[in-house]
Design a protein around this ligand. Structure first.
Ligand code: URA
Length: 424
């Protein structure tokens, strides 16, 4: 294969055959194509786009770079949920045990934080002893036994995506509809799913800034998933405001546990129940009743125990008000109603406190972040959030940056809409 002419063909707006795309992924996976040429190809795709046939071929080639889960026959459907990434988005942490309680099998493969968006794996790893490094066999065995496993991508699961994603992250080629579709669906198809619910985010802290772009991404994913035999629906959700009241790895785990114990934020509940509602055989009433039963909290403990968590250390950590060296309330002088809590600024602050990565090598500090975040339309007569930092200096910097994150007005703004559309 002459890879140079293939890059040129794509650069000039040409279409590639399935065979060529398949060969391309195989060649890249076996190190026969250098990163600089693949980066040029990705940029050509980012600019020129891909046809439906090309996107399908890329997705399947990436899926087949690893193995596809083979679950034993069982009446429990195999399902998952995937979000395109947001700030304070802890839905997976609570939805996975809820779905297991509702009688689904949930082999959830999650990612790490990227840019300002948090990652489920980083959150789970803030739990003492919890292991996210599971082999395909371990995932299958655990899902068969307790209904749920939460792990990271391994060399066995769509490894081409792992390499391509790392390259996209440093070459400005993340926000491309065919590349995002292939990245997400290659992993989801490898899980051998019956059904998938997608949370496609738009807004200031999302990859897709505009709702129309999110809709176009959702449509591409829905069409391809259906062609591949996976029942899929997509929620278009707002990511201008953080989800819930906590952002930061451990603080989000803590909020998730509070949620499972019946004390969670209402926006998180709306999204969790709406995701469950989309799955075949489920509905919002059943999901709410299951949540209220307290069983998903027990399932969460079962999941932690199955993946090596130190439950005594976990429960002790949960009881602490803060596990970061510095905790500080953040306020502004104005009084009135909160008009805006900017998820992008919040995400940047959490990342820079050490909760996210500046580079691929950055070390995550699990206990930093923000909590008790005020939500739009709430009255402002005290702190707007709390800062959990590693040092007084970090807290000072965060405080300065947070000034622009919160806008306060004399009157309430219009109703805040979290879920704007559900697509099938
Ligand atoms: N999530 C993924 O898994 N891949 C992308 O490309 C974007 C979000």
């Amino acid at each position: 294969m002459n890879f140079l002419s293939l890059i040129e063909h794509k650069r000039d707006g040409g279409e590639l055959s399935s065979e060529v795309i398949d060969e391309l992924i195989k060649a890249y996976s076996s190190d026969s194509i250098p990163d600089y040429q693949m980066a040029a190809f990705l940029m050509a795709v980012n600019i020129r786009g891909m046809s439906t046939d090309e996107t399908r071929a890329l997705t399947l080639a990436m899926r087949d770079s690893g193995s596809v889960f083979q679950f034993p026959e069982d009446e429990r459907p195999i399902v998952d949920k995937h979000s395109t990434g947001g700030v304070g988005d802890k839905v997976s942490l609570v939805l996975a045990p809820l779905l297991a309680c509702l009688g689904y099998r949930v082999p959830m493969i999650s990612g790490r934080g990227l840019g300002i968006t948090g990652g489920t794996l980083d959150k789970l790893e803030s739990i003492p002893g919890f292991s996210t490094q599971l082999s395909v066999d371990q995932i299958i065995a655990q899902v068969q036994s307790i209904g749920v496993a939460m792990g990271g991508q391994t060399a066995e699961i769509a490894p081409a995506d792992q390499r391509l994603y790392a390259l996209r992250d440093v070459t400005g080629t993340v926000p491309s509809i065919p590349l995002i579709t292939a990245s997400i669906l290659s992993k989801k198809l490898a899980e051998g799913l019956d059904a998938l619910v997608m949370d496609v985010k738009y807004g200031g802290a999302a990859f897709m800034r505009e709702r129309d772009e999110a809709r176009a991404l959702a449509k591409t994913i829905l069409v391809l998933a259906a062609e591949c035999g996976v029942e899929c629906s997509a929620l278009l959700t707002d990511m201008n405001t953080p989800l819930g009241r906590a952002a930061g790895n451990w603080l989000e785990v803590k909020e998730s546990v509070m949620f499972l114990e019946g004390n969670g934020p209402v926006d998180l509940e709306e999204l969790v129940i709406s995701c469950a509602d989309q799955l075949p055989g489920c509905n919002a009433e059943r999901a709410s009743a299951e949540l209220e039963s307290g069983r998903p909290r027990e399932k969460f403990t079962e999941l932690l125990s199955a993946q090596g968590a130190d439950l005594v250390a976990f429960e002790t950590k949960l009881k602490l008000d803060s596990t970061a060296p510095v905790v500080r309330e953040f306020s502004k002088r104005e009084r009135g109603y909160l008009a805006r809590c900017d998820a992008r600024v919040i995400g940047e602050v959490v990342r820079d406190l050490g909760g996210g990565r500046q580079t691929k090598e950055s070390k995550i500090h699990p206990d930093v972040g923000l909590d008790r975040i005020l939500k739009p339309n709430e009255p402002v007569n005290g702190p707007l959030c709390r800062i959990h930092a590693r040092s007084e200096e970090d807290a000072d910097i965060a405080e300065e940056r947070l000034m622009s994150a919160f806008e306060i007005l004399d009157e309430k703004v219009g109703q805040f809409e979290l879920i704007s559309e559900i697509m099938r």
